[in-house]
Design a protein around this ligand. Structure first.
Ligand code: COA
Length: 256
């Protein structure tokens, strides 16, 4: 992979691990880091040797403590909207990645960091992880999809409470609210993500991508069901369903 200024990337056993590497700034997401995440996810998705992606933060303290607050200084309304649009585009690219993306949340996931974690398909948190949308402290609101995704995960009532009080959730609270999939000791965080991905690796990649697309279409209307219908149908046109069904009938494990 390319060399990035604010990211470390490594591909091992088909898993591309992208580590935000600004630990002295709590891995705050400045413009360049956001652009680099977009580029690295695109690169990983275009690499045939990669079947999944883990996003994490360098060091024991922070996944990402938000957008880089210094870059907010002096922005106009139009520049603010442009900044949010750039964040939306990057986080949509993660959410719509056909390869599974897990956030390994190793500490503070605040503001844009929480929004980044929420754009990933799954979240595994270390015991010291903290989640929150503290933007109102700055006179702001979440701008990288947080007002929408937080409500999808924890519901409108709790989501609005978190956005209006700026209170942080600890890892256990995030687990109870359904914001994270697992909470594990910090030294086993990446191992847990890899364990989940090893299971996913044995399944049909086409079907995994289809499940992601259908789930992303969920909006509480018929649109989601229509997407499911289309994606279900498309599975029948892939080669992988033949292998999956034949393997079942032949009483063996499918090889995708
Ligand atoms: N943007 C820019 N810099 C940030 C940052 C952010 N979102 N979060 C942390 N940093 C920087 C701090 O300014 C400090 O830099 P310095 O050493 O040059 O002064 C460094 O990271 C370490 O942070 P510090 O606040 O000293 O660490 P802490 O352990 O006392 O507190 C946090 C950790 C995460 C609770 C605290 O940094 C914080 O509240 N950050 C902002 C969170 C936020 O509001 N995010 C939403 C942004 S929209």
């Amino acid at each position: 992979m390319k060399t990035y200024e604010n990211l470390k990337t490594v591909i091992e056993n088909g898993i591309c691990t992208i580590t935000i590497n600004r630990p002295d700034k709590m891995n705050a997401l400045n413009r360049q880091t956001i652009e680099e995440i977009w580029e690295a996810v695109k690169e990983a998705n275009g690499d045939e040797s990669v079947f999944s992606i883990i996003i994490t933060g360098e060091g024991p303290k922070a996944f990402a403590a938000g957008a880089d607050i210094k870059e907010f200084l002096g922005l106009t309304k139009e520049q603010g909207m442009k900044m949010a649009k750039a964040g939306h585009d990057v986080f949509f690219s993660i959410e719509s990645s056909p390869k599974p993306v897990i956030a390994a949340v190793n500490g503070f996931a605040l503001g844009g960091g929480c929004e980044l974690a929420m754009a990933c398909h799954l979240r595994v948190a270390s015991e010291n992880a903290r989640f929150g949308q503290p933007e109102v402290n700055l006179g702001l609101i979440p701008g990288y999809g947080g007002t929408q995704r937080l409500i999808k995960y924890v519901g409108r009532s709790k989501g609005l409470e978190l956005m209006m009080t700026a209170e942080m959730l600890n890892a256990q609270q995030a687990l109870e609210l359904g914001l994270v999939n697992y909470v594990v000791p910090q030294d086993t965080l990446l191992a847990k993500c890899k364990e989940i991905l090893e299971v996913i690796k044995t399944k049909s990649p086409f079907a995994i991508g289809a499940a992601i697309r259908a789930a992303n279409a969920y909006d509480g209307t018929m649109k989601g069901y229509e997407a499911e219908l289309t994606e279900f149908g498309k599975c029948f046109a892939s080669e992988e369903i033949k292998e999956g069904i034949n393997a079942f009938l032949e009483k063996r494990k499918a090889k995708f």
